[in-house]
Write a protein that binds this ligand. Structure first.
Ligand code: SF4
Length: 326
C-alpha cells in the first residue's frame, strides 16, 4: 500500500498542531513547514514541533513577501496585514516544495469562519484556487464542510475521520487538545507584527518614503521611538537599554549616531545619512529624551560618516516633538 506523505503549513498555533495530530491518527507521515520574514518568525513553530516531535522545515519568504506590502491584490486586513495574499503566496511556495520533494498533498490548520477577513468560505476557496494546487490543499479541521479534495477522493485520507469545525469558538479545539494530550500551546494570534498597529504605522511610513527597503530597515522598525524629520530623514530614539543595544548592533557606518555624554542618554540613530539632516533638531530631540538638566546648555555628541562633532543644545518638553512621532 502506498505510504502517504503530507506537508503542512505549520505556524505552531493550536489549530496547526491539531491538524498534524488528526492526520497522524490516519497513519500519514507528516512534515511541517514554517515560513519566516522580519514580520513573523519560526519560534512558536519550533517549540510546537518539538512538543509534537514533528520534523519541521524553516524557510525564508521575505523577498517574495515584500511586494505584497505595497499593493496586495486582495487588500489588507485591519492593519497592514495582507492575509489573503500572504496565504496564497505561502501555499504557492509550499506547493512547489510539495511537488519537488514528492509529498502527496499539503494541509493547514485553517478553520472555516475563524477569521472574518481571510477564513470565510469565499476566501478559503480563493486561496486554494490561487495557490495553484486547489485539489491538493486539505484543511483537516474543517474538511467535512468543504469540497472534497483529491486526498479524500482518492482514499489517501478518510474524510469521515476529518473534522467539521467552524467559527471563532476555541472550545472544540481545546477539548481536542486534551484528547491528544497536547497541553502546551500558544495563545491564539499575536505572532505577526503586521497586525500590530504601532509597527504597521512605522512600516507604512517607510513604504511611503523609501523605494528600496533592506532587511535592516525592517529590523530597525522593531526598536525605539520613530520620528519623521523630513522626506528623507527619520530618527530613532532608544527607549531603554534593550533598544539602545539593539540599535547599536544594527547601526552601520552610513548612519548618524547621537548621544549626550556624561548623563543617562538614549542612543539616537538616523539611518543612511546620504542627505541633509537637521542636526540641530536631532540634537535637541536627543537631549530632550536624556536625563541631562533642563536649565542649561547640553553638549550632544554626533558621530557619522564625516566624523564626530559636538552640538550644543537645550532640553525641551517632549511634546514639542510629538507631531514628528510616527
Ligand atoms: S497575520 Fe501575518 S502571517 Fe498571518 S496571514 Fe496575515 S499577514 Fe500572513
Amino acid at each position: 500500500m502506498k505510504h502517504i506523505k503530507a506537508l503542512g503549513l505549520f505556524s505552531g498555533g493550536l489549530d496547526s498542531m491539531l491538524a498534524v495530530a488528526r492526520l497522524r491518527g490516519q497513519g500519514i507521515a507528516v512534515t511541517g513547514l514554517v515560513w519566516t520574514t522580519p514580520f513573523f518568525g519560526a519560534e512558536r513553530a519550533l517549540e510546537a514541533a518539538a512538543e509534537l516531535d514533528l520534523p519541521l522545515l524553516v524557510k525564508d519568504l521575505t523577498d517574495q513577501f515584500l511586494p505584497l506590502l505595497r499593493q496586495p491584490p486582495h487588500g489588507f486586513g485591519r492593519t497592514l496585514n495582507p492575509c489573503i495574499d500572504c496565504h496564497i503566496l505561502m501555499f504557492q511556495e509550499t506547493g512547489r516544495i510539495m511537488s519537488a520533494a514528492g509529498y502527496d498533498f499539503m494541509f493547514t490548520g485553517e478553520v472555516l469562519g475563524q477569521r472574518p477577513f481571510s477564513q470565510h468560505r469565499g476566501a478559503l476557496n480563493l486561496i486554494a484556487r490561487e495557490s495553484g494546487y486547489p485539489e491538493l490543499l486539505l484543511r483537516p479541521l474543517s474538511a467535512r464542510l468543504l469540497k472534497p479534495t483529491r486526498p479524500e477522493l482518492a482514499g489517501w485520507v478518510n474524510r469521515d475521520q476529518l473534522l467539521n469545525l467552524s467559527g471563532r469558538s476555541r472550545k472544540p479545539q481545546i477539548a481536542l487538545a486534551a484528547q491528544y494530550g497536547i497541553s502546551r500551546y500558544p495563545a491564539p494570534a499575536g505572532g505577526c507584527l503586521l497586525t500590530n498597529e504601532g509597527f504597521a504605522n512605522r512600516l507604512r511610513d517607510l513604504l511611503q518614503h523609501q523605494t528600496e527597503i533592506s532587511r535592516r530597515d525592517l529590523e530597525l522598525l522593531k526598536w525605539g521611538r520613530h520620528f519623521r524629520l523630513n522626506a528623507q530623514a527619520k530618527l530613532i530614539v532608544g527607549r531603554d537599554q534593550r533598544d539602545n543595544k539593539a540599535l547599536a548592533a544594527l547601526s552601520t557606518a552610513t548612519d548618524l549616531r547621537l548621544r549626550v555624554p556624561n548623563f543617562p542618554s538614549p542612543l539616537v540613530l538616523i539611518p543612511q545619512v546620504n542627505h541633509r539632516v537637521p542636526v540641530l533638531q536631532a540634537a535637541s530631540l536627543c537631549a530632550s529624551y536624556s536625563d541631562a538638566p533642563a536649565d542649561t546648555s547640553i553638549p550632544v555628541l554626533v558621530e557619522g560618516p564625516s566624523g564626530r562633532e559636538v552640538v550644543m543644545t537645550r532640553r525641551q518638553p517632549k511634546q514639542v516633538f510629538q507631531h514628528l512621532l510616527i
